[in-house]
Design a protein around this ligand. Sequence first.
Ligand SMILES: C[S@@+](CC[C@H](N)C(=O)[O-])C[C@H]1O[C@@H](n2cnc3c(N)ncnc32)[C@H](O)[C@@H]1O
Length: 333
Amino acid sequence: MTEKQSKWDADLSLAGGHMPVMLNETIALLNVRADHMYIDVTAGSGGHFKSICQKAGSSKNIIAFDQDIEAIERLHKSLGQEHADVKLIHSNFVHLKSELAKLNINTINGGILADLGVSSNQLDEAERGFSFLREGPLDMRMDIRSPISAYDLVNDLDESELASIIYQYGEERHSRMIARAIVRHRPIKTTLELANIIENATRSKRISNSKRHKNASKLHPATRTFQALRIAVNSELDNLKHFLEQSIDLLAPGARLVVITFHSLEDRIVKQFFKEMASNCICPPRQPICTCKQRAKVQIITPKPLVALEEEILANIRSRSAKLRAVEKLPLG
Ligand SMILES: C[S@@+](CC[C@H](N)C(=O)[O-])C[C@H]1O[C@@H](n2cnc3c(N)ncnc32)[C@H](O)[C@@H]1O
């Protein structure tokens, strides 16, 4: 890292090795038991996955998904002979039901885990284009089969569409200013080119902000725009919604769904979905009589999301923004 880059507060764009987030809490909430089926839909480097296998005493009934072929291949290599029976599926979790149907599986009696977002490996590999601190092509596709990369969005969208993506998915206050600067500097080919354009475009705002507020954000100025582009490139929020719906259908009574999120947009979707699924009525609050016929499908196990302990945050900065939520399927859900 150069001196210029190191001024940013503990930057999440440099992951530096993989550590599974809130591992003990996740395994406890999944309630891992022998002879039950578990699906890790975001296997990544296999940290959570391997612990699930260990706790279950076998990998026979444990299935791993990842949409990143490199993750699947790396995991395959790292699993020894003892896990020879494990099923690794290279697919987006939006296809959870159909992929499981191919294996004649239509119910999960143990649990499903999703540890969302980008992995340390993806951040660390400059070539993947996820990090604004490493020079690489503007890619950001988790699945390299996808037709649209960050390059396409940055160079082809019109200014208002870009601003809207940066505002909605990055919650970036300076979205219009950034979109204008992007359009002015096209074509933009690399991550550092884009990061510099954002840094320069927002400099005056940041200087006046830091004069007014002592605790002005120490996030790198490109953080929110990179997050927004990544979410858009990988359709992360839509996929999450579809995945949650499929998961609830698949769970057998007593089985659990555990989700780890890393930003407020994801967490809001999970929180809202769990609330709806745990409710016996989703009619508008002012409606005098219930007409929705909704019956609770799950019980919420984490009324408040679990967050990482101070010591984990010190050891793994990525855990700083993690929120862990879990539900259990009800008998008649
Ligand atoms: C935070 S990492 C998971 C780390 C993992 N729990 C571990 O302990 O190593 C997220 C992983 O999920 C994958 N992923 C993200 N969204 C996905 C999706 N919609 N479908 C399948 N995999 C996805 C990414 O490719 C990445 O490898």
